[in-house]
Design a protein around this ligand. Structure first.
Ligand code: UDP
Ligand code: MG
Length: 345
């Protein structure tokens, strides 16, 4: 196996309106990097890449200041808000170095675990997943819904690691493999399971947000949850078929029973309720089935457009921007960094 001595690490941090916490995060990340460099597990070239996901607050100004303060703190500004998964993808695909670790900006993920991840990498792992070993800081609602969600994912045969979000290490070749997955409907924690390679797990306790508020309101959480199912599994469509079959069987039995009542037993009472209730019920079921089909057709519609998943507006330093900033295949439009902010500090 190739030697994995002192690889260059890029810590990718998606940030959306994180002005309140960013300076603290930068400081903590630098401390963590310094410790890892001192321990010889990563090279002195290792750095942090903040991805500003079209923030409306001072996030980008702070990233610029941080970069002026230390070239080790780099930045990537997306042209608009594209959501956590796309911002993360942008960071990963644009990152330089031998390995990346993706981490949230709010310091909820224990940064000391990065050293453990790097150890696993040194031992030959290409992907190291950070898995929370408790959900003590979550509200009961989030805990229950998260558990139910993972159960549904398993039912739908979607591969996902319980309690792993997006805190993970990826080697250069894992990132290059990820580049080959060009889907617009992104659910990274599911995609990563498709890559294969040697995958290991490290456990950590997730803390409270250091400052600011959650950028994941319930609506975004539901959208991500749906993506997780519909981007990876056609099981819901199969369940619809099963449901249709079951309903047809029931209707058949009911029909036979009604026919027998009318023709053999002559005991049929003209019933309003028994007529309209099945109609309502079946209408409802049909609407749900149409909705599920619509969900998949919508996915096809979006995928066929092959729009770039993110557009980079500016990179700090300018050289940090890879040639193919659109994050897609060769045929996709290329976007290069431009604007007056490209002078590096
Ligand atoms: N985030 C982002 N774009 C968005 C929403 C969130 O880049 O549209 C980032 C956010 O800045 C943070 C990470 O995604 O670094 C996770 O978000 P948050 O901590 O708010 O989610 P929670 O931990 O509450 O689920
Ligand atoms: Mg958070």
């Amino acid at each position: 196996m190739e030697s994995r001595a002192a690889p260059t690490l890029c810590v990718v941090v998606p940030c959306y309106n994180e002005a309140e916490v960013l300076s603290l995060t930068a400081m903590r990340l630098q401390q963590a990097l310094r410790r890892m460099v001192a321990a010889g597990s990563v090279s002195g070239e290792s750095h942090v890449l903040f991805v500003d996901d079209g923030s409306r607050d001072a996030t980008w100004t702070i990233i610029q200041e941080l970069h002026r303060y230390s070239p080790q703190l780099r930045g990537l500004k997306l042209s608009r808000n594209r959501g956590h998964q796309n911002a993360l993808l942008a960071g990963l695909l644009e990152a330089e170095g031998d390995l990346t670790i993706s981490v949230d900006a709010d310091l909820q993920d224990d940064l000391d675990v990065m050293a453990e991840m790097a150890q696993k990498y040194a031992a030959g792992a290409d992907i190291v997943l950070g898995v929370r070993n408790d959900r003590a800081v979550d509200t009961p609602f989030k805990r229950i819904t998260a558990q139910a969600y993972y159960r549904i994912l398993r039912m739908m045969k979607v591969e996902a690691v319980y309690n792993h979000a997006d805190y993970r290490l990826m080697s250069r070749r894992a990132i290059e493999a990820l580049r080959g997955f060009e889907e617009t409907n992104l659910f990274l924690r599911g995609l990563v399971m498709q890559l294969g390679f040697r995958t290991e797990i490290v456990h950590y306790a997730r803390g409270e947000r250091a400052a600011g508020e959650s950028k994941y309101p319930l609506s975004k959480m539901i959208a991500l949850a749906l993506e997780g199912v519909t981007a990876f599994s056609v099981m819901p469509l199969r369940y619809i078929t099963v449901l249709g079959l079951a309903i047809s069987l029931c209707s058949f039995a009911l029909g036979a029973w009604a026919l027998a009542g009318a023709l053999v037993f002559h005991n049929t009472v003209p019933g309003w309720a028994s007529t309209v209730i099945p109609i309502y019920l079946i209408c409802g079921v049909q609407m749900i089935c149409l909705g599920v089909m619509g969900e998949y057709i919508g996915k096809i519609y979006i995928e066929t457009k092959r729009r770039p998943r993110y557009i980079v507006e500016t990179a700090l330093p300018a050289g940090a921007l890879r040639a193919n900033a659109a994050g897609g295949s060769e045929e996709r439009p290329r976007f290069s960094a431009r604007g007056g902010l490209e002078r590096s500090a």
